[in-house]
Design a protein around this ligand. Structure first.
Ligand SMILES: CC(=O)N[C@H]1[C@@H](OP(=O)(O)OP(=O)(O)OC[C@H]2O[C@@H](n3ccc(=O)[nH]c3=O)[C@H](O)[C@@H]2O)O[C@H](CO)[C@@H](O)[C@@H]1O[C@H](C)C(=O)N[C@@H](C)C(=O)N[C@H](CCC(=O)O)C(=O)O
Ligand SMILES: Nc1ncnc2c1ncn2[C@@H]1O[C@H](COP(=O)(O)OP(=O)(O)OP(=O)(O)O)[C@@H](O)[C@H]1O
Ligand SMILES: N[C@H](CCC[C@H](N)C(=O)O)C(=O)O
Ligand SMILES: [Mg+2]
Length: 487
């Protein structure tokens, strides 16, 4: 419960109609959830404009309405607050409604095309391993210390987000590690939050269906750093050509990390095997079970962040030597006849290239790589041919299949992918729409010693088709098929 006048920043108000000294029990941006005591936010969305649901919200007993445009009729028993941007107001008011919880713990956000889930999940695990209560907001799952809360998004809406932060503060969490998606910045889901630090992993091809251009995509991610407070840190990857662009206007203190050149925090990959890597992290050798140069970047960002948060260097390195892969990130299943299948979430050209190059670096010449990959429906279409091109150029056999078709026809998604396959590589490519059949075919083709990469879905335990999430788990399917093929 809160007084409306106490949770809305005056600077955001354009006009008020009615009594703003009213009690608010709940905030919502969905008219279908409105009841007495609710403050409804009319948000202009990608599918519809929330303003068209104001009458429904009033009919359902809304106590207050926050909107960018006042309705023609303003009933006397409802308070109206006109603002310039409803989603911005929602961020600030959700934070205030829950007592500004992000000011009562150290909130660290990471943005970038890839590496966010890996980095925040391991930060969360390491902070808790070193004896501190912590929270996690990620694509895979949210945690309020050790209590699991299902994820609806990579970055939740402001109401969910601040409610979770409140719960974290209430049980004594000192830290929360969260992913900041580019969508969430554009939609003001992180408005009103106070960050102790921001991390930039990398920016490559993805989400152009939403941002339309790479420049807009970059601008969205850069805005996260532009809005960091002066007492926060901004940790950026200077091996990414946009690393310094991200932080050029930040008020936060800038720190850099790199595997290639001088930086505040440095790392080198000394050895790379199928069961782990030897790294030189800021002058200290440390073994990790994680694989791939891309994970060396994630681990260096993790090391730097924990150092900036004041953790002990030796405790951090000991923790890094113990961490295991994050669900769906380079996990593997081995068959009884010597085939290794890797399950990975790579669903962008850069991620796919990284994970395939990692496998090619580790495998021997006479081990073949069979890559099973698709592309999500109702997502960035332009990455589809690029992913197919990367897969066919770097694998021995490629099976193009379905990922989450969503509301698109699977065959059309695969056709978009095939466009990227050069004629010279076409003989490597098989097309099988049914993902289970595609994985089965890979398992049947694989000879002893071969490696199968099943990419794109990672931790996902569903296949989304026409709005229905059917159970589907790559690791489960591989295990079942390997068992059925056991001689
Ligand atoms: C494209 C996108 O991001 N859409 C998000 C957005 O919905 P929208 O703008 O499409 O909303 P809309 O359907 O147009 O409705 C407009 C407004 O009217 C309201 N409404 C609607 C119907 C009604 O009857 N009454 C009513 O009040 C809605 O609640 C909304 O406030 O705001 C919603 C509420 O916060 C989000 O759930 C929704 O995420 C959708 C489901 C989604 O799939 N988002 C993905 C693309 C996403 O956010 N991904 C990122 C990054 C992924 C990654 O890289 O990992 C993420 O952070 O997860
Ligand atoms: N630092 C990195 N650079 C490039 N690729 C990476 C990096 N870290 C992980 N990857 C690859 O990208 C995939 C996704 O990793 P992760 O889930 O950590 O990224 P994310 O940023 O959370 O992705 P999303 O935006 O979809 O939530 C991994 O399965 C791996 O193939
Ligand atoms: N297997 C998923 C991965 C992308 C999920 C997330 N990054 C998003 O864009 O919603 C797909 O392509 O459908
Ligand atoms: Mg993620």
């Amino acid at each position: 419960m809160a007084k409306l006048q106490n949770i809305i920043p005056v600077k955001l108000i354009t006009k008020t109609v009615g009594n703003i000294n009213v009690d608010i029990d709940e905030l919502t941006f969905d008219s279908r959830k409105v009841k007495g005591g609710c403050c409804f936010f009319a948000i202009r969305g990608t599918q519809s404009d929330g303003h068209s649901y104001i009458p429904q919200a009033i009919a359902s007993g809304a106590t207050a309405i926050v909107c960018e445009e006042l309705p023609a009729e303003c009933p006397a028993n409802v308070t109206f607050i006109q603002v310039e941007n409803s989603s911005l107001a929602l961020g600030y008011m959700a934070s205030a409604f829950y007592g500004n919880p992000s000011q009562k713990l150290k909130l660290v956000g990471i943005t970038g095309t890839n590496g966010k889930t890996t980095t925040v999940t391991l930060l969360y695990r390491l902070a808790r391993r070193m004896g501190h209560k912590a929270g996690l907001l990620s694509t895979v799952v949210n945690y309020v210390d050790n209590v699991e809360v299902p994820s609806t998004h990579t970055t939740p809406d402001p109401i969910q987000l601040n409610a979770l932060l409140r719960q974290m503060v209430d049980i004594g969490c000192e830290y929360c590690f969260m992913e900041v998606s580019s969508h969430s910045v554009v939609q003001n889901r992180i408005a009103g939050l106070t960050f102790a630090g921001g991390i930039f992993s990398n920016i490559t091809h993805d989400h152009l269906d939403y941002h339309k251009t790479f420049a807009e995509y970059l601008k969205a991610k850069k805005r996260f750093f532009d809005e960091l407070p002066s007492d926060a840190f901004a940790l950026t990857n200077t091996d990414d050509r946009n690393g310094m662009v991200m932080v050029q206007n930040t008020k936060a203190k800038v720190y850099t990390y790199s595997l290639r050149s001088m930086a505040d925090f440095r790392c080198k990959v000394i050895e790379s095997h199928f069961d782990g890597m030897m790294l030189n992290m800021d002058g200290v050798e440390v073994w990790t079970r994680l694989l791939g140069r891309f994970n060396a970047y994630n681990l260096l960002a993790i090391y730097a962040t924990l150092m900036l948060l004041g953790f002990d260097k030796n405790d951090i390195l000991t923790g890094i030597s113990d961490v295991t892969p994050v669900s769906g990130r380079f996990e593997y299943v081995r068959s009884s006849h010597g085939v290794t299948a890797v399950v990975d979430y790579a669903h962008t050209p850069d991620a796919l290239e990284n994970v395939i190059k990692t496998i090619n670096e580790i495998k021997t010449e006479n081990q073949r790589l069979i890559t099973v990959v698709g592309a999500g429906g109702n997502r960035d279409k332009t990455k589809r041919p690029v992913m197919a091109k990367v897969a066919t150029e770097l694998s021995d056999i490629v099976i193009l299949t379905s990922d989450n078709p969503r509301f698109e026809e699977p065959e059309e998604i695969i056709n978009d992918m095939r466009v990227g396959v050069d004629a010279s590589q076409a003989k490597k490519v098989i097309t099988i729409v049914d993902r289970r059949e595609a994985i089965r075919t890979a398992c049947m083709l694989a000879l002893k010693g071969d490696i199968i990469l099943v990419a794109g879905k990672g931790h996902e335990n569903y296949q989304e088709i026409k709005g229905v999430k059917h159970h589907f788990d790559d690791k489960e399917v591989l295990t079942e098929i390997f068992k059925s093929l056991q001689v």
